[in-house]
Structures are given as structure tokens and as C-alpha cells.
Design a protein around this ligand. Structure first.
Ligand code: FES
Length: 112
């Protein structure tokens, strides 16, 4: 993908407020719904990471999962996901969608 293609894709995104940066910094992941799509946002090593909010295994609520290092563990059956790639460590055929995040003041904005 060229830089121009990446810019085109980014420019077509609409960023939606999903919650507070202060709440995330206090250790509370965000679970939100944007236009009917569940998303989850985590703070990992001072980086905001947004993923799909529903586990691809059996629809567990990922914002309720545990984050250790850069790995997210689903609260329902304990499957783990690499937050950098989205790939499931228990079934590499599964991969979380990741979304761009912007911070505006205290607002966390996720682009879809
Ligand atoms: S629903 Fe997430 S591991 Fe089963």
C-alpha cells in the first residue's frame, strides 16, 4: 500500500468519541458502540489501542478482559490476543480488527 493509499483510507474515517483518557489512565478499558459496532479501547505502555469489542471466539466482551504486557485475555474462555497484531494466540486463524485512535484533550476518538 502506498502512502497516498494510506492517506486516502485515513481521510475517509470518521472519528467518534468513545470515552475519557483520564478513565483509561486510571485503569478502566473502554467498551463502546459506534454505529452498531462494538469497540474496545485499552491503554498499553502509554499507547491507546482500539480493537473490535466482541471476541471472535464466542462474542465475549473484550473490554472486560485482562491486559498483561501487550496481550489481551478474553474474560469468557481465556483466549489471548496480541494487541499489536490482533492475532489470537489460541487460534491464529482469528484476528481482532484494530482501529485508529486520536486523543483530543480528554476525549478518546476512534476512527471507523
Ligand atoms: S468468547 Fe472470548 S475466548 Fe471465548
Amino acid at each position: 500500500m502506498s502512502t497516498a493509499d494510506a492517506e486516502l483510507i485515513t481521510s475517509s474515517l470518521v472519528f467518534h468519541r468513545v470515552g475519557s483518557a483520564a478513565a483509561l489512565r486510571a485503569g478502566e478499558p473502554i467498551g463502546a458502540t459506534i454505529e452498531g459496532q462494538a469497540v474496545a479501547v485499552f491503554l498499553v505502555d502509554d499507547e491507546f489501542i482500539a480493537t473490535q469489542g466482541i471476541c471472535p471466539h464466542a462474542t465475549g466482551p473484550l473490554h472486560e478482559g485482562e491486559v498483561e504486557g501487550r496481550t489481551l485475555t478474553c474474560p469468557w474462555h481465556g483466549w489471548s490476543f496480541d494487541l499489536d497484531s490482533g492475532v489470537c494466540e489460541d487460534d491464529p486463524c482469528l484476528q481482532l480488527a484494530r482501529y485508529p485512535v486520536k486523543v483530543d484533550g480528554d476525549d478518546i476518538l476512534v476512527g471507523l
